[in-house]
Design a protein around this ligand. Structure first.
Ligand code: ZN
Ligand code: ZN
Length: 349
């Protein structure tokens, strides 16, 4: 058995060395479908925070319903859980863009779980399958799965954003993330998912209540920092699957429809530079061009400076400049390993 080119591209660990007896390959989909109760819970977690956001605008007018305590708590929880998804679940656990010490690894697994986007093992298995089949048959959430005309694309967009969460097919963890299944810390945190969901929902209320010493403070913090925060973060993450595979710029050559979307860069912590990400999936910095803000990359650089992260795969100037489509004529930004050759110097590859 040899590692496929796709496996290399997504940065998953090398497969086991060849054995004498040829075993049948592991199935990519688990034999048991997702239980209906899980889909019911997903529906609850999609609709209730969404209703909270719809109610948020009129409530915000009533100043008693939104205090600066709520804004601070919501922002802190948004950053912790969003960074846990971007830097943790995505760049570290899925793509091994850098190595982390045990403390940072555990912190990233817990922080990402607080986003309530599923246990870390489920998230990583689905996302590695997404890269293996990106925008082709087998991709769990491509907007292009029903076709390319506007009707099919509208349906596909909704499917990539939310619909795929209700697909009964479960990605096999044994196939897609054996490295994380074997890691006791990670598999334990993955099993703690229900408990951490409770923490993510209740901790803001507790903090809000203690801060203001009132029940009203607990309730408004729960509303803004639990429900509204979770809804916004969910839709930002899902937009990477829907918006960033439909609209935006193709700054780098890719074999799929992944695109760079500037307006989502700050709320997604740099995840919306999704075109570079598909062009070079193990790269720790997704916003690799000058002016592309990538907050996750900045935090990875801080962690590297503190010695918590190491072997960081910063953009390789030579490799990336060979993939530039040149549509917008932008040059590579900072945190690049090797300076990109100037266009006049570039030799034919
Ligand atoms: Zn990825
Ligand atoms: Zn993608």
């Amino acid at each position: 058995m040899t590692a496929s080119p796709e496996t290399d591209r997504i940065g998953a660990p090398p497969q086991a060395p060849p054995t004498v007896t040829r075993r049948t390959p592991l199935p990519e989909i688990e034999p048991e479908p997702t239980p209906p109760l899980d889909h019911f819970l997903v529906a609850l977690f999609v609709t209730i925070p969404l209703l909270a956001v719809l109610a948020a605008v009129p409530l915000a007018w009533n100043l008693g319903w939104l205090g600066w305590h709520d804004v601070v708590i919501a922002l802190v929880f948004y950053v912790i859980s969003g960074m846990g998804i971007s830097m943790g679940f995505h760049r570290y656990f899925t793509h091994s863009s850098f190595k982390a010490n045990r403390g940072l690894k555990i912190a990233l697994a817990v922080a990402g779980t607080l986003a309530i986007e599923g246990p870390v093992l489920v998230w990583v298995a689905d996302h590695r399958r997404h890269h293996k089949y990106s925008d082709k048959e087998g991709d769990p959430h491509s907007p292009w799965r029903f076709g390319t005309d506007w009707k099919a694309l509208t349906k596909g967009f909704g499917y990539a954003h939310i619909g795929w969460l209700f697909n009964p097919n479960r990605t096999s963890q044994a196939k897609f993330c054996p490295d994380l299944l074997a890691d006791k810390d990670v598999s334990r945190i993955s099993r703690w998912f229900p408990g951490l969901v409770a923490v993510s929902l209740l901790a803001p209320a507790l903090i809000g209540g203690l801060w203001s010493m009132s029940i009203a403070g607990a309730l408004t913090a729960f509303f803004w920092a639990s429900l509204v925060r979770i809804c916004l973060l969910h839709h930002v993450t899902w937009s990477i699957n829907s918006v960033c595979h439909t609209f935006g710029n193709e700054d780098f050559e890719v074999r799929d429809k992944s695109r760079n979307v500037a307006w989502l860069a700050i709320p997604s912590f740099g995840e919306s530079w999704h075109n570079l990400h598909h062009s070079d999936p193990t790269c720790a910095r997704h916003g690799a061009l000058k002016g592309q803000i990538d907050l996750s990359a900045r935090v990875i650089a801080w962690a590297e400076h503190l010695g918590w992260a190491y072997d960081v795969r910063w953009p390789d100037g030579e490799r990336l400049s060979a993939r530039l489509t040149g549509v917008r004529g932008k040059s590579l930004g900072s945190m690049t390993d090797r300076q990109a050759p100037r266009s006049g110097d570039r030799k034919a590859a």
